[in-house]
Design a protein around this ligand. Structure first.
Ligand code: UDP
Length: 327
């Protein structure tokens, strides 16, 4: 298959690119490298361009005979989306709609969308099934929901075939140790904790320990980035014109912030000092997937079921690339 991976130079996109390559597909990465890294996609054809450049996107689709598009090129920081919603609406909505328009014009109608658990907001019932009402509580989640709704309409009216994959907490790195997570600035829990182990930070601040959970810290469903990538491969096989698939991608298991820090101590052998801080605004206490539908519809489930193994792959990457792709 000829696959266009938009945002393929980013964290999750680059792992999908590597997996598509390994499976023998022809991969073209479209990325403006605003947050991605060319070094993350050493083997792919890289078209450096902006998603809002509809002419360039159209040319890329036709020149490479693209059959399916995977769209990873969104901003994904909740806090940033609250502080600066305009860039989220521009990048996650306007640019995504421009991509869909380029696809419509060139008659490329297979689309895999990186959606998110943030579209559910702060649901009371855990685990979260796909039937949970989608009531996002921040601009990030809302921008993703807008595109999910647009896709349903595009499938209905124009015959698009799509999957909206609602990621829980992406974590870990390729076991090859060659690609991994590199955000600047970093805001995610596991890489920050590992930066403490590397001596790049003094301590990890735990955002609140008075949540209504067993140890008082927030619970998330951490899913290995290669498991996310393999779900994309499975989803492509199930696409049907005029239809959409909406599924959670999680492990179905919840892990607290404290458990993650303990796992990082175990894996790295570093004491990892912690400081208890304030709650981070917009953080729901617990987000864990009901992961059954993805298994039923895609025949897919997460292979990394122990969060310690996820942390180990992340550590391998951080140790060999202490400054990410700038190492
Ligand atoms: N977290 C924390 N300290 C940090 C970064 C994150 O305690 O320096 C917590 C955060 O409050 C959340 C969990 O770790 O409960 C995962 O946060 P992350 O930003 O990695 O992912 P999110 O759940 O926001 O997508």
């Amino acid at each position: 298959m000829n696959v266009l991976v938009v945002g393929g130079a980013g964290y999750i996109g680059s792992h999908a690119v590597a997996m598509l390559h390994a499976a023998g597909h022809k991969v073209v990465v479209y990325d403006n490298l605003s947050r991605g890294h060319a070094a993350a996609v050493p083997d792919a054809t890289l078209v450096r361009g902006d998603l809002k450049d509809q002419d360039l996107v159209e040319r890329t689709l036709t020149d490479h005979g693209i059959e399916v598009v995977m769209h990873f090129a969104a901003f994904a920081e909740v806090g940033e989306s609250v502080r600066d919603p305009a860039v989220y609406y521009q990048n996650n909505v306007v640019a995504a709609l421009s991509l869909l328009e380029a696809m419509r014009k060139t008659d490329v109608k297979k689309f895999i969308f990186s959606s998110t658990t943030a579209t559910y907001g702060a649901p009371e019932t855990i685990p979260i099934a796909e039937t949970t009402p989608q009531n996002p509580i921040n601009p990030y989640g809302f921008t993703k929901l807008v595109i999910e709704r647009a896709l349903a309409d595009y499938a209905n009216a124009y015959g698009f075939a799509y999957a909206a994959l609602r990621y829980f907490n992406a974590a870990g790195a390729s076991p090859s140790g060659k690609i991994g997570e590199h955000h600047d600035p970093e805001s995610h829990l596991i890489p920050i904790v590992l930066q403490v182990a590397l001596g790049q930070r003094e301590h990890i601040t735990v955002f609140g320990k008075d949540y209504p959970t067993a140890d008082g810290t927030c619970i998330r469903d951490y899913i290995h980035v290669d498991d996310l990538a393999s779900a994309h491969m499975a989803a492509v096989e199930k696409l049907q014109p005029g239809k959409g698939i909406q599924v959670n991608l999680g492990t179905g298991r919840g892990t607290s912030v404290r458990e993650i820090i303990d796992a990082c101590r175990e894996v790295t052998g570093h004491p990892i000092p912690t400081v208890i801080g304030e709650r981070r605004p917009g953080d729901p206490p617990e987000l864990v997937a009901d992961a059954r539908l993805a298994k039923e519809l895609l025949g897919w489930e997460a292979r990394y079921t122990d969060f310690r193994d996820i942390v180990s792959t992340a550590w391998k990457w951080h140790q060999s690339h202490p400054h990410g792709y700038d190492s």
